[in-house]
Design a protein around this ligand. Structure first.
Ligand code: ZN
Length: 91
């Protein structure tokens, strides 16, 4: 998978909780967009890593759109398919 694909989505914080969401967000440009699960974005990096406190709705929507991984601010790549499958196994 090309690196560009990872850059489409960014882990972000959102209103109403500590959960980490995903959005097509660029910290430099700050367009007014919502998370993939349609929450308002908080203009600061997420509190927790996506694997730890990630939003399952965001992950499922990203995978459905063909985005199977996302790069965090620390450079680590999160496998969204694996994340979703892990959550489904728990349920
Ligand atoms: Zn979300």
């Amino acid at each position: 998978m090309p690196v560009d694909v990872f850059s489409i989505l960014t882990p972000v914080g959102a209103d109403g909780g500590l959960r980490t969401h995903l959005a097509p967000y660029n910290w430099a440009e700050r367009p007014s967009v919502t998370t993939l699960c349609r929450l308002p974005i908080r203009p600061r990096p997420p509190v927790e890593s996506f694997p730890k406190r990630g939003c399952v709705r965001c992950a499922i929507r990203a995978v459905a759109a063909g985005i199977e991984a996302v790069r965090q601010a620390d450079g680590a790549v999160v496998d969204l398919c694996g994340f979703v499958e892990g959550r489904l196994d728990m349920g």
